[in-house]
Write a protein that binds this ligand. Structure first.
Ligand code: AR6
Length: 178
């Protein structure tokens, strides 16, 4: 794990499973437009949450790329799940702006719900094909850009599945000053 203090907030990157972050108020789901189970992150989150999550999601779907919605966490050990639809790389354009929107909208929902801690997976970098390094830059830069404006959210964790993604985040964390 790498930890960094940034303007009073804690930023972390860890290798792990987004569905097993019991100390975080919210975990972010790399959702599909219909907010159904799916594979990857969405599979892990829905499996751990149980069928109540899909039920709660149904009336909120469909969502657009860049959009985020919040639900309860059901059987997950968190208070909420924030579902983001990342851009499909090369199809949903401009991909960089839509990916940044996901992180911004998720943080805003966390803030509006009085949450202190949010864990993000590497949105769009699996089935949606976004190259990991530019996606990581967008994730980190967007969070750093918006943290100073947040009162409630003071702890953001990036949860990376592979050691190569963890390596990318660690390298980018080393570039952060503040
Ligand atoms: N915890 C943390 N990261 C994970 C986990 C996990 N349990 N599982 C995979 N990853 P993806 P997307 C990593 O495909 O690209 C789904 O089927 C993975 O290695 O989950 O936004 C949905 O239903 C990758 O680095 O999300 C959508 O249709 C990253 O998380 C679509 O895929 C994101 O991979 C969303 O695609």
């Amino acid at each position: 794990m790498t930890k960094k203090k940034f303007q009073g907030a804690t930023l972390e990157c860890v290798q792990g499973d987004i569905a097993n972050q019991p100390d975080m108020d919210a975990v972010v789901n790399a959702a599909n437009a219909r907010l159904l189970m799916g594979g990857g992150v969405a599979g892990a989150i829905h499996r751990a949450a149980g069928p109540g999550l899909e039920e709660e999601c149904r009336p909120l779907a469909p969502i657009d790329p860049g959009q985020a919605v919040i639900t309860g966490a059901h059987n997950l050990p968190n208070r909420h799940v924030i579902h983001c639809l990342g851009p499909v790389y090369g199809r949903d354009n401009p991909s960089d702006q839509l990916l940044a929107e996901c992180y911004r909208n998720a943080l805003q929902l966390a803030e509006q719900n009085g949450l202190q801690s949010v864990a993000f997976p590497a949105l769009s970098t699996g089935a949606f094909g976004y190259p990991p390094e530019p996606a990581a830059r967008i994730a980190i830069n967007t969070v750093i850009e918006h943290l100073p404006g947040l009162k409630s959210v003071t702890h953001v964790r990036f949860v990376l599945f592979s050691s190569s993604d963890q390596q990318i985040y660690e390298t980018l964390f080393d570039e952060i000053s503040g």
